[in-house]
Design a protein around this ligand. Structure first.
Ligand code: ATP
Ligand code: MG
Length: 337
């Protein structure tokens, strides 16, 4: 392994990636990859996707390629970043099992992100046990690769806290300085949890996303349907900025902040129609997404090449995982021969 600190992060193959992923994590990953300061790993978390999609393996299977295409389209470079598939590394399951003995059920129940997700997914009393413990498996994902830096959205902070706790406990209990406590690398304020078209967190599983691969027509249809200000009925009516999704997105994506300020003034004073405003947002998003969309379409014509890239990355990652697992077993006194 190289001397550089390991950067590790990933996504669940539960659908295509969206603009929330783009600002929440992908942009940072590309910048950190290109800085040359890290040894980057990106994992497609198919095992984690099964925790709430066990009965829909086709979705997971199909999304694997979609997510890989999104990675390559935004500029993740397999020459610089090891892109791998979680289920190809059985050592992750082994470490998860050992970690599970170092955390209480009460502690797992306190994780605020999991609490929210359980509500959103309407699990009630029937939470799959695997879903309930996914933060532990996520801790193993990071720890097995000795991940030091994790570029992620705001919902991942409780997961990182839990990872640090588990790593500290492991090292303390087994008297080693082996596993590493990771730190999160978060996007600028306001971009770590961008809302979807319905106002709640944009999410692959909630059907409220603008996808990186959306065509111009799909993009316009979504922008056109966006929630603005219900009191802004006629063009000349003064409008509100707060809670207006179009301005939320303009604030995040527009490169010309002076123009956004000008639009805000016009909108509040009255005289700027919703359609005109939405056209402006469409142009901003389309300019950013067009090159990604084009690269994605070209790459999609050769899925075998993409799968081969995943296979090579997974083989590399497995070697690293096997080496750590030997150290873990030795620390626990179960490296018998
Ligand atoms: P799912 O609905 O299957 O959970 P998701 O859209 O939440 O999908 P994940 O694969 O769970 O996506 O998350 C991958 C990464 O993208 C994480 O680092 C997460 O913090 C980040 N992310 C996801 N959604 C957003 C969002 N709306 N805004 C900013 N970052 C996000
Ligand atoms: Mg999620």
């Amino acid at each position: 392994m190289s001397e550089k600190e390991v950067l590790l992060t990933g996504d669940r193959p539960t659908g295509r990636l969206h603009i929330g992923h783009y600002v929440g994590s992908l942009k940072n990953r590309v910048a950190l990859q290109n800085s040359g300061k890290y040894d980057p790993y990106i994992m497609i978390a198919d095992k984690q996707a099964f925790t709430d999609n066990a009965r829909d393996p086709e979705k997971i299977h199909n999304s694997l390629l979609e997510v890989a295409l999104d990675y390559l389209a935004v500029g993740i470079d397999p020459q610089k970043t090891t892109i791998f598939v979680q289920s190809a590394i059985p050592e992750l399951s082994e470490l998860t099992e050992y970690f599970l003995n170092l955390v209480s059920i009460a502690r797992l129940q306190r994780n605020p992100t999991v609490k929210t997700e359980i509500q959103q997914k309407g699990f009630g009393e029937s939470i799959p046990a695997g879903f309930f413990i996914y933060p532990v498996s996520q801790a193993a994902d990071i720890a097995l690769f000795k991940g030091a830096v994790v570029p992620a959205g705001d919902d991942q902070e409780p997961m990182l806290e839990q990872t640090r706790e588990l790593v500290r406990t492991f090292n303390k209990v087994y008297g080693v300085d082996l596993l590493k406590e990771p730190v999160g690398y978060f996007p600028p304020k306001g971009q770590g949890r961008i809302p979807g078209l319905d106002g709640v967190k944009m999410s692959k599983s909630l059907g409220n996303a603008i996808y990186l691969g959306d065509s111009s027509d799909e993009l316009w249809a979504k922008v056109k349907s966006m929630y603005t200000d219900p009191t802004h009925v006629r063009v000349e009516d003064p409008g509100h900025i707060e809670g207006n999704m179009v301005f939320t997105y303009l604030d995040i994506f527009a490169t010309d902040q002076a123009r956004v300020d000008e639009l805000k003034q016009q909108y509040q004073a009255g005289g700027l129609g919703d359609m005109k405003l939405k056209k402006e947002l469409f142009e901003v998003l389309d300019t950013e997404l067009a090159p990604i969309r084009d690269r994605r379409a070209t790459l999609a014509s050769d899925p075998v090449a993409v799968l081969n890239m995943l296979k090579e990355g997974s083989m590399r990652a497995r070697q690293v995982g096997q080496a750590t697992m030997q150290e873990v077993r030795a620390a626990m006194g179960i490296q018998y021969w």
